[in-house]
Design a binder for this molecule. Structure first.
Ligand SMILES: *[C@@H]1O[C@H](CO)[C@@H](O)[C@H](O)[C@H]1NC(C)=O
Length: 456
């Protein structure tokens, strides 16, 4: 392999695959390698054999779980906002042609010991058990205010300046109770903690509008999900890259990142083979994450670690109307934490497990020395759990932009329940690698809209 590439990409997680797809489309010569024999890296979806190999190398999957090939278990639980940034990239690149989507059937929030649907419109707010009569009227006024806001029409502002006034000021203007603020800030704006309240209201406004506009798109929840699991996403971008001449190699141990005397990137060595390129992009695991000898290229973020518990159940989640899928958010205030707990549920409807099996992933940012105990409030909502696979993953971030050494490292997948931050990361790395902004043209979302049966 003495061919020279523009970019070598290490790891086939979603971030890396979107980047290699977009770079290939942009005319770059891309070589993409992964140490695993499957696509997806940390954001892969695994079959039962792979799941057991990863979590319990000494055991094989119990036969009562059904056929291996029915399983595509996500390692990182996230849903796609129907009107979000990932959808825009999927549509722009026409990667939608490789994918089919289903709606996520419901979005729930935990309050005072039980779960309820997240109201996302004035009409739903009026029916919601989450609020008393007078609070409903106040919430209705709040949602009407948001929906009718126009930047260039001061008459719609009601004395509020979204860029100067904090969210606290907005909540107070409408007199919303703390419990209502909890579901708005955490189940709609999807903040992981309460820091947003004292900051300018604009980003919270944007997030609520993203939620409500995604919600109105298909009706049941703001989220869509690819059939056969999230691992389909990186694979689809890999196909895009391949169409534009990108080369993919799986099952390749990466033994060395070779640099010159100035520390600048030269090549990647795998066994006896060395491949040169101008730049290298990769996930933190290829640059010393978790090892002593990391050379300081990555560090663990202040938020620290995320705990994720993949739970296999043989029943739907109690209190969700037997939904085949849903998101449940436990706002931190409700359980005396600093960070929210998320539950993401999918099932055989999404071709990710055998019939009558439900896959629920409970996750949160670790705050104590006993992370297992921290997810207890989430596990309690599930009812009996057939089997459980728990991981605690540090969140890594690069220590430099990569411009000096042509080594561009991506961040670990965070604790958010959606892909918006993954897309932010793609934009950021793109800017670092190419020196200019990634511009996506919006096209009609035809393929997603059509879908099949009740699909979005
Ligand atoms: C499950 O994964 C293993 C390991 O990657 C693979 O060899 C096997 O073919 C897969 N099973 C099915 C049914 O796809």
């Amino acid at each position: 392999m003495d061919e020279e590439y523009d970019v070598i990409v290490l790891g086939t997680g979603l971030t890396e695959c979107i980047l290699s797809g977009l770079l290939s489309v942009d005319g770059k010569k891309v070589l993409h390698m992964d140490r695993n024999d499957y696509y997806g890296g940390d954001s892969a979806s695994l079959n039962l054999t792979q799941l057991y190999r990863k979590f319990r190398p000494d055991e094989s999957a119990p036969t009562k779980l059904g056929r291996d090939r029915d399983y595509n278990i996500d390692l990182i639980p996230k849903f796609i906002f129907a009107s979000g940034e990932l959808t825009k990239i999927l549509v722009h690149t026409e990667v939608t042609r490789y994918l089919e989507f289903k709606q996520i059937a419901g979005s729930f929030v935990y309050r005072d010991g039980k779960i309820s649907k997240v109201p996302s419109t004035e009409i739903e707010a009026v029916k919601s058990p989450l609020m008393g009569l007078f609070e409903k009227r106040r919430a209705k006024k709040f949602f009407e205010f948001l929906q009718s806001w126009k930047d260039d029409d001061p008459a719609t502002h009601q004395g509020i300046d979204l860029d100067k006034d904090s969210m606290k000021v907005v909540y107070e203007k409408f007199g919303l109770e703390p419990g209502t603020q909890d579901f708005i800030g955490h189940a709609m704006a999807l903040y992981l903690d309460d820091d947003y309240i004292t900051k300018a209201a604009r980003p919270t406004y944007d997030r609520i509008i993203l939620y409500t506009s995604s919600m109105t798109r298909y009706g049941k929840s703001p989220y869509i999900y690819p059939l056969y699991g999230l691992g389909e996403l990186p694979q689809s971008f890999a196909r895009l890259s391949a169409i534009y001449g990108g080369t993919y190699m799986l099952d390749k141990p990466i033994d060395e990142i070779v640099t010159d005397e100035d520390g600048k990137f030269v090549s990647v060595r795998s066994g006896e083979e060395t491949v040169k390129a101008k730049q290298v992009i990769g996930d933190p695991s290829y640059f010393g994450a978790g090892k002593e000898s990391d050379g300081g290229k990555v560090r663990v973020l202040e938020e620290g670690k995320v705990i994720r518990a993949i739970c296999l159940l043989n029943h739907p989640i109690p209190g969700t109307d037997d939904s085949d899928s849903c998101q449940i958010i436990i706002p931190q205030n409700q359980v005396g934490r600093r960070n929210d707990i998320y539950v993401a549920v999918v099932s055989s409807t999404h071709n990710v497990c055998a019939k009558d099996v439900y896959v629920a992933i409970v996750s949160t940012i670790v705050e104590t020395n006993n992370p297992q105990a921290e997810i207890e409030p989430g596990l309690k909502l599930l009812g009996p759990v057939f089997d459980k696979f728990v991981s605690v993953s540090p969140l890594y971030t690069p220590t430099s932009t990569g411009k000096a050494d042509n080594i561009f490292i991506t961040r670990s997948y965070d604790a958010t329940s959606h892909f918006e931050t993954v897309v932010e990361e793609v934009h950021d790395v793109w800017r670092r690698v190419t020196g200019h902004d990634l511009v996506l043209k919006a096209r009609e979302a035809a393929n997603i809209e059509e879908g099949r049966d009740e699909a979005p």
